[in-house]
Design a protein around this ligand. Structure first.
Ligand code: NAP
Length: 777
């Protein structure tokens, strides 16, 4: 095929715009051989026309032919340039085709397949775009004879409210999903070829069993369409419907948009997917009856329960779709159709200079956010939480308690209201509790659930599924719990309900706040006293917060003890701002001349304040004002002013108390006069990244003199340049180097900053507000 006389190279661009053809240089547009020689599209409407147009646009067939009922449709398809030729005789239309795409209404497919069969070549692959799969497969089995092994059932999850070839769109399938449902009889080679053409059209291809497809689509697409049609019809039949519709607000329009879809097609789909649709309709009827009951009984808790669960499920679904690149909404008549526009992994670009001033409220403490949900759920009464960290880990804990029947409102701007059910009020969840990536959730919940009356299973994402769980399971078994863990003591964790627990004394073999907390939380359900002795101080948020909820925790040196069978009393809780998040601003304001920053309501639990002690030893000007107690935790407003810093030997006893803050402290060291030396910090090598090495690489990129040790680093302060930093997905590294720009002589570009949002939502905005010249790209 040649496009212009000037060009003697074979190419496939004859459908390109004329300007392109005229600019064509020999060989410039040579494309590979098309995937198929001849494609026959049977049923040239929206779906078939778009398939033909996409095949054409992407050069996927040498020729495209249509078979359709009406001559008008065929003429229109040819006039639009979607197909080359057409025939009303379907057997004629498929002659010589190596791919046949059937896109008629599902109810017509049996007849259509029988009609085209006589024209099929021996090796032709047949596929379809029907919205229901079970019945189409039955029709294919009955109609296609020996050709059935090359029938690959498919369904593009894309559409519009318009129909007919006039609405055909060559980009309809780009960034959309296509589901293939091959059966045991389907030749895998045929499936691979069909997969290849959809992929070449820009679609993401998924594969699933036909029954599952029909069930899922009944729930997510067919049921909502049925409800939209039904609502509009129900209201329209009432008295003067024009009156109703005149006052109909945006909600009505949003909810009923899909009732504008083609009635004929939906009539067809509802009939063809009858069994699955009825099943999901029954499920919905149960749900709506429960809702009705709650309204009629004035049952405020039940109402809030339904709506908060729905709210969070939708938020989860939107976030999930965001991550899997499904964000740009597209008007759709059939299935939810959204496409990619998400910025998966932002880069920070920070230009040098500036100073930090004003008040900066950093997000709530993660450890305490977890515990506020756990203890609030088990308390008697309503607990109101402010400053909750809306990061994924704490949200996993929140969702787990919702799944166990606790009504939780929010979070909205860090506010959460928990309708406590008491220590014995949790209900068996309908499915395993999913902890995402949160080790804290899984370990603490193992303790808390060991003494419940019901069985429960805890699961997590791929990375959590590799973390050790026996360290919590072992002492809980000693208390009488029945707990099994997966391979090599890793998740899933399965807990057998109804096991009476007995208090024990446990000497922690490792300094772990999670293990200590799990045993103490198990102890709430145990007979007698449970006590834990730790080998070195660890975070004591659980002990303090239990106290805040009125539970008596006895502390004696390294030992904490409580007696089971008490009650927790709901309270008002303001989660302190996280000192780990405040650390970046403490360093930033210290190193940038002219800075004066107030960080209100920061937790200053002595097990966490190593960063303040270290920065003060370096000469930082940090004052704690307005010290007070918040739910058992000490908090203060921290005021920090710029000050000349000097290098120090960091005292080893402060290392465990500042372990998460070292990336920020390294930046302070790079700006200090003289050498700062850190030893005894090998733990840093097994954090989210090898923080010693990754920080050292970043310091090297900026030209900061340093020397790496196995257990630490020496950093020599002085002027440094800008440069490009790889954060290796470690949020603390990214935020630390953002602060370094305050003293760099050139811009700093920090790659791989996606995880900043999970530990410190809104960091970029807050930092920019305080005076950092930060841009997110
Ligand atoms: P459409 O625009 O109305 O086109 C339907 C086509 O099928 C027309 O070309 C029509 O031919 C032909 N046709 C209709 N009834 C027929 C019959 N009894 N015998 C032979 N041919 C017949 O519909 P569509 O939206 O493209 O839908 C086609 C298929 O795609 C359906 O199975 C539907 O379930 C599926 N689907 C639709 C969407 C969507 O959002 N629309 C999304 C995914 C999948 P004439 O024009 O010649 O009459």
């Amino acid at each position: 095929m040649r496009c212009e006389p000037a060009c003697d190279m074979p190419c496939q661009i004859r459908f390109a715009p004329r300007e392109v053809l005229l600019q064509c240089e020999p060989g410039a547009f040579v494309m590979p051989e098309p995937l198929f020689n001849r494609i026959a599209v049977i049923g040239l409407g929206l779906i078939g026309g778009s398939f033909a147009a996409a095949a054409r646009k992407n050069g996927l067939a040498a020729s495209i032919v249509a078979g359709s009922r009406s001559a008008r449709t065929l003429e229109q398809g040819i006039a639009l340039g979607v197909v080359d030729e057409g025939s009303q005789d379907l057997a004629e239309a498929v002659k010589g085709a190596d791919l046949v795409f059937v896109s008629t209404p599902v109810s017509a497919m049996g007849k259509v397949l029988s009609a085209l069969k006589p024209g099929l070549s021996r090796t032709a692959i047949i596929t379809d775009g029907g919205s229901v799969k079970g019945n189409v497969i039955t029709a294919a089995r009955e109609s296609l004879g020996e050709h059935v092994s090359r029938f690959v059932p498919g369904h593009p999850i894309a559409g519009k409210e318009k129909s007919g070839v006039g609405a055909a769109d060559a980009d309809l399938y780009r960034d959309h999903r296509v589901i293939l449902t091959p059966t045991e009889a389907t030749d895998p080679a045929a499936t691979a070829r069909v997969r290849a053409i959809w992929t070449a059209m820009g679609a993401e291809v998924l594969q699933m069993a036909p029954d599952y497809h029909d069930q899922v689509l009944a729930e997510t697409s067919h049921l909502p369409h049925l409800l939209a049609f039904s609502l509009v019809d129900t209201l329209a039949r009432q008295g003067d419907s024009t009156e109703i519709f005149r006052y109909a607000a945006g909600g009505f329009r949003d909810f009923t948009r899909i009732a504008s879809s083609d009635p004929l097609m939906w009539h067809d789909i509802f009939r063809e997917n009858k069994a699955a649709l009825l099943q999901s309709l029954d499920l919905f009827s149960d749900g709506i009856s429960r809702f009705r009951q709650a309204v009629s009984d004035d049952d405020s808790d039940a109402l809030m329960g339904i709506m908060t669960r729905a709210n969070s499920a939708r938020a989860h679904f939107m976030a999930m779709n965001g991550r899997t690149s499904y964000t740009r909404a597209h008007h759709s008549g059939d299935d939810t159709t959204m496409t990619d526009s998400s910025n998966a992994n932002p880069t920070f670009v920070v230009t040098p200079g500036g100073r930090l001033t004003g008040r900066v409220r950093v997000p709530g403490d993660k450890s305490m956010s977890h515990r506020s949900i756990m203890l609030g759920s088990l308390a008697e009464g309503v607990t109101r939480v402010e400053g909750f960290l809306e990061g994924e880990d704490a949200l996993a804990t929140l969702q787990a308690f919702r799944d166990m029947g606790v009504v939780i409102e929010g979070p909205h701007n860090g506010q959460v209201t928990i309708h406590g059910v008491g220590l014995l009020g949790l209900k068996a969840p309908g499915k395993p509790l999913y902890m995402g990536n949160s080790g804290t959730s899984m370990r603490l919940l193992t303790g808390l659930l060991a003494g419940q009356a019901f069985d429960v299973e805890l699961t997590g994402d791929a990375s959590l599924s590799k973390r050790p769980m026996e360290r919590v399971a072992r002492p809980l078994r000693d208390m009488g719990a029945q707990i099994t863990t997966g391979n090599e003591g890793r998740p899933p964790v399965r807990i057998r309900g109804g096991q009476p627990l007995k208090g024990i004394h446990y000497d922690l073999p490792m300094a772990s706040a999670q293990v200590k907390s799990a045993v103490l939380l198990g102890g709430l359900y145990a007979e007698g006293e449970t006590s834990v002795t730790e080998p070195a101080p660890t975070r004591d948020h659980t002990e303090r917060m239990l106290g805040g909820f009125g539970y008596d925790v006895r502390r004696d040196g390294a030992t904490s003890a409580l007696t089971g069978g008490g009650t927790l009393t709901a309270c008002k809780l303001e989660v302190p701002a996280d000192i780990s998040s405040a650390a970046f601003f403490l360093v930033g304001a210290s190193i940038a001349e002219g800075s004066e920053l107030t960080l209100p309501h920061v937790g200053i639990n002595p097990t966490r304040t190593g960063v303040i002690d270290i920065l003060k030893l370096m000469g930082a000007d940090i004052r704690l004002e307005n010290q007070r107690d918040a739910g058992g935790e000490p908090v203060a407003d921290i005021v920090v002013k710029s000050a000349p810093l000097k290098g120090i030997d960091i005292p080893e006893e402060l290392v465990p108390l500042a372990i998460d803050e070292f990336p920020a402290i390294f930046i302070a060291a790079a700006c200090a006069e003289g050498d700062t030396i850190l030893r005894g910090a090998e733990e840093l090598r097994v954090k989210e990244s090898d923080r010693i090495q990754v920080m050292a690489d970043g310091l090297a990129a900026l030209g900061v003199d340093h020397e790496v040790f196995e257990d630490g680093i020496r950093i020599s302060g002085g002027p440094f340049a800008g440069g490009e930093i790889q954060s290796h997905g470690d949020h603390r590294i990214a935020m630390s180097f953002a602060m370094a720009s305050l003293r760099a002589s050139g811009p700093i570009t920090i790659n791989d900053c996606a995880n900043v949002a999970t530990s410190f939502p809104g960091f970029a905005q807050l930092a920019a507000h305080a005076g950092l010249n930060l841009e997110v790209k």
